[in-house]
Design a binder for this molecule. Sequence first.
Ligand SMILES: [Zn+2]
Length: 720
Amino acid sequence: MISSKIASNIEKRLPDTNDSDTILDKATSLKELGLTVEAVAEYGKLFTTGCDPAKIIPGLVACLSKTNSPAKMITRIEEMTKQYKLSSGRLSELRLYLGLEMEKEGYQDLALDVYKATAEIDPKNKHIKQKIDQIISKSTPASRYDYLIHKGLVTPEQLRKALSASKSTKESVEFILTQQFRLKKEDIGKSLSVFYGCPFKEFDPKVPVPVELIGNLKKPFLLHDLWVPLSWGKDGVDILIDDPWDLRKTGLIKGLTKTKKINFCVGIKEDIAKFISRFFEKKTEEATQDMIAELDMIPDISFEEEEEKEEIVMTEEIDETSSQVVRLVDQAIITALRKNASDIHVEPSPITNKTTIRFRLDGVCQEYMQVPNSMARGILSRLKIMANIDIAERRLPQDGKIKFRRKGIPPLDLRLATLPTAGGHEDAVLRLLAASGALKLDEMGLSERNLQVMKRILAQPYGLILAVGPTGSGKTTTLHCALGYINNPGVKIWTAEDPVEITQAGLRQVEVKPKIGLDFARVMRSFLRADPDIIMIGEMRDNETASIGIEASLTGHLVLSTLHTNSAPETVTRLLDMGLNPLNFSDALLGVLAQRLIRKLCSNCRKEYHPSLEEFEALAAEYGKEAFQSANIEYSPKLVLYRPSGCDACSGTGYKGRRAIHELLEGTPAIKKLIKNEAITDEIFLQGVGDGMTTLKQDGISKVFLGLTDIGEVRRVCID
Ligand SMILES: [Zn+2]
């Protein structure tokens, strides 16, 4: 220990100045020498300077804590601050750091006191407020009202009064707190949420009635027990309850809902009762219209294995006349329509004993719900009845059409295909044939060059235009866009389709029926006798149809058709392989448009990011280095791409809607010459590129740079 005499000598030798850095140095040196009293005095001087509190407070606390209890130390610092006339801003700044220092030392309570006292003199300080909330939310409260008490929103005395009032009026304590003590429901909710560690939910008249969930529950029972199911979701069932920690109730709920995936929300008695009353009042008076609105609420949970096996033994199969099956089928179809699904798949599994119903949304299948296999036969029979096909035939595939007409939804046609599957089951696939109009050619998302070429070839009086790609790549939609562009009262347009999915005024549309011999070739021949200008033929499946198509195009008609080929250049070789006359074909060909559908990033939640140079160069390499240079995309700090995220609007997938990517080969003189010489695909490809064709992948990558999609989607559909 240094004697006080030496200490005063040292102090004298240290510079005496008002410069805050020098004072700080002096304070630090004194502290390190163990001269705490002197150091404290120097730290005090720093209060009035602009010196950063982060540099003052820790040192000061270290000095004072040597001789004081933590509480005493706070008092000492408070006293010191009073000596200097500090602005309230400076004062709260210093106290904030004092609080932080106390938290560091593990004195949460003292820190909270410091923050609270500061909040009184500086109520607008956000940092202080944050710290208070943090400490309160971290500490585990012992009662559901602790948060309210901590925040000083209610006193223990008031709480006692509310409790006794609650006993006599049968109203909840929370309700009385809002009514008599003017507490905000929001604060009460926070308190309950903090205590139970789950979300708080108040009454909301907009919550749809969960018809499927409350079907087996009785209103008086729920009112007595004070809980109510609110909704089904991917993550399970949401239950609103007054006490999520009541094991008797939660156990009962788990038993009743037959699922382990339950999410509890806490609510106050009066709100729960309001939900119950509303759900049950609606339930009895519900109109069809409203029922439809609730259909999205159908459970998609799994039934538990054990119970299901029992069910098979104990109960008989549910047949197609049961109201459960009828309703389920209707609900599945309506929900699929609402979700804009293109197909519904019904798949009974002999392994899990469950029947999965899946929807195809934007080209990708998603599970919609599962039901026990005991319902599968009923569902299949019901679908067969609706499609008017043989209900007793279960060993052979069948197909048919369903005209689905229900109040409140647009008329809908579906194509049903049934197939016998393993385990003595039958699968069903329903294609939704939404009667829709055609897009405009300009809205198809064609690149500038492709749009120009399309308009040019569509303006020709005769010739052949093909849209190619695998099933479900949007070929028919594209042809309808093209027809829409050239459709006018001056021309006669015949179409042969299987089936007619898109209708347009002015078009004469024929649906082929191969079963009765009305196939594409036959319809085509009839068209030629029916004075057409333009003919659209659904598909050139065989040599005969293709030959008639080419003949028609050479005799003065514009013929549009589709083909199942992968790329535009490959189409040419495929048609020649089918035995078409190369001379006729080369004369007829105006252009081939290959396409794929990619999912569009959900514009509501897509996330912007700046790609690294490596990522950029990988994309450029995938595009083809040389070709990329003419694509005019440069790497710059401003360059942004997007990646999928997921929100309610896109059911959490990150994608919403689809867009086509294209590869358009124009029948230029050079291409026609190659066809005449029966050139190989590679030669046609090279000539096409020379004529300005971009490949599917290149078009896709351009759309990545436009922020419409991501490279993953492009890779998914473009297989090299
Ligand atoms: Zn989204």
